[in-house]
Write a protein of this length. Sequence first.
Length: 702
Amino acid sequence: MASRIVRAACPHDCPDTCALLVTVEDGRAVKVAGDPDHPGTQGVLCTKVSRYTERTYHPDRLLTPMKRIGRKGEGKFAPISWDEALDTIATRLQAIAARDPQAIVPYSYAGTMGLVQGESMAARFFNKLGASRLDRTICASAGATALRYTYGASVGMDMEHVVDARLVIIWGGNPIASNLHFWTRAQEAKRRGATLVAIDPYRSLSAEKCHRHIAPMPGTDGALALALIHVLIRDDLLDHDYIERHTVGFEALRERAQAYTPARAAEICGIPAEDIEWLAGLYGQLAVRERQPVAIRLNYGMQRVHGGGQAVRAVACLPSLVGAWRQPAGGLQLSTSGFFPINEAALQRPDLLPGWPQTLPRIVNMSTIGDALLAEPAPGAPRIEAVVVYNSNPVAVAPESGKVAAGFAREDLFTVVLEHFRTDTADYADILLPATTQLEHTDVHKAYGHTYLLANNAAIAPMGEALPNTEIFRRLAQRLGFTEACFADSDEAIAAQAIIPGDARAAGISWESLKEQGWQKLALPAAPFAEGGFPTASGKCQFYSEPMARDGLDPLPDYVPQYEAPLTAPELAARYPLAMISPPARNFLNSSFVNVDSLRATEGEPHLDIHPADAAERGIVHGAMVRVFNDRGSMVARARVTDRARRGLVVGLSIWWKKLASDGKNANELTSQRLTDLGRAPVFYDCLVQVEACTEGAVLPA
């Protein structure tokens, strides 16, 4: 039996970006394991990725091109040849582009985080075509924009050092489910004596294992952070030297924070003022008085509300106030992606855009795709006539799902979907194309939770007739007569273009060295901002952001109230009194892995966690089926009566494929297409609902 080990990388939307070792026997992948030598992965994988072969060899895998033979959304297809599929697509896109190429919209996100199979050949194709540009906002753009205004880029501390922290604040995340390798380090810090604090409206699996859990209402994190700043300043728990030398705008921040007393913030957040006093005192005492490292692991849950961007700004100010950046185990991390010297211009070739750089095609925000698909034509904004979906499942993951499905159901909309399976979105495709999984193609990966570049070497030949995304767009480019040399680049050639030549951060790293070694660490200081050096124009942390002022925004962090909350929308709250959040289920990753039988069996069915008092008021018992609804839509779920959900909050762990839910719906029936204060991102957790017991449906035993 011929056996070999192939170095690979996890492609999924997770900060850990694990280094993989794939065992291949006689051409078949038989095992996917974590690389024990990679300092981030340490030989351990999450449950999802450890079962990756189940996904690649799934019996429902899409293995041949298909054309629709039923109604849109019905999911009825017939197999066709690649020639027929590509000729059909090229003919339709060419005809639409002749009228106005902006009527064509690409829709993609993080189905793979790879720099090759993500936005390289695909971006070149749509740029040359002159299609509408997609604003990829659906996950991280509020926080990324906030970090750019505060630190200059998406940069932060190296989580490899968090084991040495004396205080670890886990803010807006559940790392057991979504950041496993940080969690193992936080647990080691705990064993060494660190205090772990979770800030989360929901008592998640991670929050249960922390020393203390603070549960503010969704969307109030900005007020909480400003109250912490208030106490730090009031009690002089400050590193005055660091503030003077490495920050901008302290006096203005001091004035802003004066208004956010612990009492006021406690009222906004729905938590005891004593919790704020305790946390600020501990944070400042350890960092300033005892010179001990204090770390904040900020995550994306808290930025999915109206004021999410400014909330991130407020939290991001905390480490500079106490000088936490001075030590490798201190500071804050939301993302490390800004450290990577990625040559996006070479990968994506924006110079292919017609009119570059003066006159550019319109931008369509992926977070408002429902409204965009249903919009009538306007000057400079033709009606969308074609959508090409790859690396995403918008019918399941985009907000206000009823409108998204209605848009994709338009008979006059030509829809192409590149996929591994017949997802909710795939059911609306006119042409459905089989794409390769991570085990079947070449890629290169950066990370947003550590600072290693990783290679993904193809472990097996493509299954059936599946092709890499890159090859599909190469063939389409050829049919459309695109003659630029970049459309002939191989995947290896594209991977070699990924790193900016000569950048000191990637010293000694090339595609050749990377694919041989599997992973290589960027050359960065252990404490990157110990002496300032932030990638801002001033080199300082910007409490006051002059770029924000120039952009017409409030240049100081502030609490921006929710769109939907009892304090800010009392009439709406009278009808829909419960806040709802829909964080990731442990065994799913966005909508990936939902169809893997063993993982879905573990999750069981859609659940809604509701506080006992809220359940009792509605006559809801544990295990009953309930209907969750607002003006935008409804969904059905199995109630779990538990105090893990604080009073006034319901939690629907997500994201289920709609077709695999009993009522064909998921939590995004209820979410809105309104956008955040910064970054034009969605407000998934800024959502009021009502819950009622279903008249039918069995009650499960408690």
